[in-house]
Design a protein. Structure first.
Length: 303
């Protein structure tokens, strides 16, 4: 009974002692120092790794920033793209309007009566004593530029439609441009990931080889696997983070020209675009670096 009381008292006292916290701090400090020492061991190769990764991330950052601006341009141009539906003589425009409104992706429809259109045209061209040859016109706004062709094809066979049209070539060029840019950005991300992981993998392999005996001793002493792995993962993450920080600086060189371009075309600059790119660079760079280390550990270190 007395032994049980002593054990219970010992556990209670141990919970209130700062010893565990100090131990964890010492372990964390030791892990950080191991990562720092590994970076020092790598020597001049550090510069090569960081420079290469920074160049790759710079390319991704510039392309990503350009894509955000291009998406804004496409959105604004898409807002002015409308399908002009010319109503056949003898057809009630509001009836046709209700039928078109039921089609998917139609955002709104504006009716322009033929008398209103003809009066405006007569004032512009100075025409007099000519009967109105214009039909009633429905201006159909679609929710997204990529859906305009689908809506166009659904309106075309409706009875009461005399003719219709839209800026087809502009819509096609916008879709092709966005497709090319998005595909290019995906390819850049994949190439960046492959190159970054390969570089980090080779670097961590060198570190593992240089510490082979030390790691073997730690394993024989019963040191946990995470204590061995964490410094190596931190080293890779360090390379990725520093490279991303360096890659942020060239973004300021394209920020001003892009803003001037937006002002020239009277199109608003995407909100928080620069911050989104910077945060993405830091996350992707650090993630790629850490992933390269993890793959190298899995391949070359059986822990």
């Amino acid at each position: 009974m007395a032994d049980n009381n002593r054990q219970s008292l010992k556990k209670t006292v141990k919970k209130h002692l700062p010893k565990d916290w100090l131990c964890e701090l010492r372990i964390a400090y030791r892990i950080v120092m191991e990562a720092v020492n590994d970076i020092k061991r790598t020597g001049i190769i550090n510069i090569v790794i960081i420079t290469t990764m920074a160049a790759i991330l710079t390319l991704f950052g510039v392309l990503f920033r350009f894509t955000l601006s291009l998406s804004t341009f496409a959105h604004e141009l898409g807002n002015v793209l409308e399908i002009s539906v010319y109503v056949k003589q003898g057809t009630e425009p509001n009836v046709l309007k209700d039928r078109i409104k039921a089609i998917n992706h139609v955002q709104y429809i504006k009716l322009k009566p033929k008398d209103e259109a003809w009066n405006s045209l007569k004032q512009e061209l100075g025409l007099h004593d000519i009967s109105n040859p214009l039909p009633d016109t429905l201006r159909v706004k679609v929710d997204k530029p990529e859906n305009i062709a689908e809506v166009f094809n659904q309106i075309k066979p409706l009875s009461g439609v005399e003719d219709l049209g839209y800026a087809k070539e502009l819509a096609k060029k916008m879709q092709v441009l966005m497709h090319v840019v998005n595909t290019t950005m995906i390819l850049v991300i994949l190439i960046s990931a492959a190159i970054t992981i390969t570089i980090i993998n080779n670097t961590i392999q060198l570190v593992i080889q240089s510490r082979k005996d030390e790691i073997e001793i730690m394993r024989l002493m019963g040191v946990s696997n995470w204590f061995i792995k964490t410094p190596l993962v931190m080293q890779g993450a360090f390379y990725g983070f520093v490279s991303a920080v360096i890659a942020v600086f060239p973004l300021s060189w394209i920020q001003v020209p892009l803003q001037n371009m937006h002002k020239f075309f009277l199109i608003p600059v995407p909100v928080y675009a620069q911050n989104i790119v910077v945060i993405s660079l830091l996350i992707i760079g650090t993630a790629f670096g850490a992933s390269g280390s993890l793959l190298s550990i899995k391949k070359h270190l059986q822990v």
